[in-house]
Write a protein that binds this ligand. Sequence first.
Ligand code: COI
Length: 333
Amino acid sequence: FKVACYGVRSNEVDIFKQYNKYNYDLTLIEDLLTEDNIETAKGHDAVLLRGNCVANRRNLELLKSWGIDLVFTRTVGINHIDMEAIRDLGQVVARVPGYSPNAIAELSVTLAMSLLRNVPYTTEATAKEFDFRVKPRMFSREVRNCTVGIIGCGRIGLTEAKLFQGLGAKVIGYDIYQSDAAKEVVEFKDSQDDLLKEADIVSIHSAYIEGENDQMINQHFIETMKDDAILVNTARGELQDNQAIIDALKADKLYGFAADVLPNEGPIFFHNFDRLEDVPDETVQELIKLYPRVLLTPHVGSNTDEAVKNMVEYSMDNFEEYLTSGKVANLVE
Ligand code: COI
């Protein structure tokens, strides 16, 4: 059983080897799947994708023409896969919803706390300017007196809620699906607006569903937030309207913003630009200029030892389950 695995970073190679427990014939490809390298899938029985791989209709049709029906992904999110095309072509998608939610939750907490305590601002002064004076922005609120609002209270949101509770914060949540486990931890609000009006820190963990919640974080969203609140998005960039966020930062409505994701992040993340002007999105250039009130990380939420191991291991289990039973619990429909 031959699997072409895409987006395999050098530090993942050993993990792929170690967790290839069913002895599949794995081709480890460092690049993400694109329209240009799709031919590399030829001759395989399945592909294993990562976020930002291009699984659009054209690529899926090509895979189908080479007999590849299994389009599995080692991610929670599936917005890189054209599910309508998958259904039309009769292909099968499975994902890994349960890999270490702590990985992303911890990054969200870290980014929020960094902004709350102005860590980048403070360390930049000491490291780059050798300036050890204490400035007004080096005073801050304590998180135990903050209300944290979590939008999207699935595995990751719930994990973050517990982490913030451990720090003494009050945690409120909003989600249309409210698990019993989440209800025990989070005080659910009836509407997103109700949450935004109360939260000092807002953290996003919603799935992105094209056509449903594009640019959910827009002008109205931010205007509804408390003044001086912190906003963190480690979910999907398509959920945010960069311009609305920039305007709110410039107007001092938002205290700070952090994102591990960007709209159309593919041409930006994992590339190295010589000059700011080379970053291929003017709103992202503006966000960069707003550092240290804006912190951007290149989709590293899942880059922990535990998550990377789980992503590989659970993907192999998905394949094995499908091959032995014709079904897979982590099927995406
Ligand atoms: C996901 O699992 O959905 C992620 O965002 C992780 C990333 C490697 C794409």
